[in-house]
Write a protein that binds this ligand. Sequence first.
Ligand code: BES
Ligand code: ZN
Ligand code: ZN
Length: 487
Amino acid sequence: MRNPLPPVPGKLLELEVSDDLRRGTPLATLIAAPSEEDGDAGLAEIGGVRPTGKAGDVQTVPTGGVRWLAGVGDGEPKQYRKAGAALVRAVSSALEEDVKAGQKAFRAFAVELPEDAGAEHVEELAFGLLLGGYRFTVTADEPKPSPRTVRLITRHKDATDALERVRELAAAAAFARDLANTPSNVKTPAWLADTAVRVAGDIPNLTVTARDEKWLVEQGFGGVLAVGGGSAAPPRLIELEYRPRGATTHLLLVGKGITFDTGGLSIKPADGMHLMRTDMAGGAAIIAAVRAIAALRLPVKVTGLVPAAENHVSGSSYRPGDIVRHYGGKTTEVGNTDAEGRMVLADALVYGIKKHKPDAVIDAATLTGAMKVSLGVRTGGVFATDDALAERVTKAGERVGEAWWRMPLLEDLAESVQGSLGDVQQAPGGPGGIVAALFLREFVGDVPWAHLDIAGPARADKTYADVVPGATGFAARTLVELVASYA
Ligand code: BES
Ligand code: ZN
Ligand code: ZN
């Protein structure tokens, strides 16, 4: 039987920049919404179609040189992302229809940009085109036909350089989506580790090491072993080291790698439990970001750590009331086995800081359902012990189109994570996202630290901007851009 899983990472559309149209390539053109000067009648017809110009609208022209009209609304860069995403979806459906109708499948299409489109517009359009058509299906059928190449018709000279960066950023988001979308019957901690090792492949200056359960026992990773102990698939620690020559700044990125979260003995309700296959989205963002950082040859030392475990129910599960000894010796009183993310992150944070002595630490995790209540599903929460670092994260997010909001590490709640039987308490109650962050802070010490809680935006159930339902790859692009800000 052939492997029903799509390749991970999947292939991205190829982007080319050109200043001339090639005959025979189906063409799309971008159109701004009518202004007041256009009057009540709106825009002039093209091939018998009156364009709306609305961002996200794609109209098909039945005859003539142009096949699609894609609206860009007020022409702000952000609308170009929306237009690119809507366009690539429309082009893919048209291709499918063509094939069904027995016509020859086109492999490339072209998009003509308005004269005044700048580098930022080109970048946003590219994000939309590269990610808006993203699909992940596990099927016995042949994959649906999709276009391979898109040619951007622009005279903008910087476009090619700008696109190199965008391509890596989009590849990082898509790879993070692939990892998080992979079902948990395939995605064991060992699979995740092996995939990270394989993908690092021959990228210069990048080494990926997968540590097994034996190593974790020897080293005393009590949090990872407690959480992973209930599963038949043993835990791993994935360590990614990017060491460009001459770099001085060293950043540590840590990601929650729970390959499935049943909640453990504090079991989750059945409704929605299936969504917990994306509970390693933070880890996926780290793996994909480090890969992209190395591929872009950014001159910054980066270490990525992904403690990977499955939180399952069995006779060897950890229990509420257990006291767990983390790497480095600190002990945690377990209150709720469903608060497993912080258990594995605590080990990895202490290990990473002790071993690598980074200048700053950033972790990313689908840590608390409470964050979905606080910020909804399109914005990530940033908790930080350092204002400059928090600002850097938010600004990096703005540059790549991911929204972040600073959350407080409320001092009057710090008391609540202090233990009575052990050193710290894992799930003391109170505002979920904040208390979880305060717990993690106990394991960080003095190094500047930012904690990104992405429980909301890591997955989507609606299509918006360049996002499609399923895993979004959220945080991967922000992390690459954040590291680039230290270059
Ligand atoms: N993986 C969940 C958090 C989550 C919830 C992510 C919904 C994405 C969507 C996490 O491990 C968890 O279960 N957290 C608990 C903590 C509680 C038991 C203290 C939560 O948020 O309810
Ligand atoms: Zn979880
Ligand atoms: Zn949980």
